[in-house]
Design a protein around this ligand. Structure first.
Ligand SMILES: [Zn+2]
Length: 91
């Protein structure tokens, strides 16, 4: 409970912001990667420039799974990311 107070955003807000910025987390190397949600359709596309990982999720179930992954990942990393003033890595 108290961990949320340490950060300017909740994990949900952070994920929403990442969706707006079309930014996801690579499942392979854990770097930021391109993430695009389908227009009206339950699809999610991931592409990582760092390692070349590419994925296309076609079912809502899979997208929800990816959402759970993001939450867990951000939960672990939020201290490093949000505490550091938000470093921006565009490659
Ligand atoms: Zn990667």
């Amino acid at each position: 409970m108290s961990e949320i107070l340490e950060f300017p955003h909740s994990i949900e807000q952070e994920i929403e912001r990442m969706i707006e910025m079309e930014r996801g987390i690579c499942l392979l190397c854990g770097e930021f990667c391109t993430m695009r949600l389908g227009d009206g359709k339950p699809t999610l596309y991931l592409y990582c420039k760092a390692c070349g990982f590419q994925a296309y999720i076609r079912k809502e179930q899979g997208i929800l799974q990816y959402g759970s992954f993001l939450k867990a990942f951000l939960g672990e990393k939020s201290e490093a990311w949000l505490g550091g003033g938000g470093k921006d890595e565009h490659r």
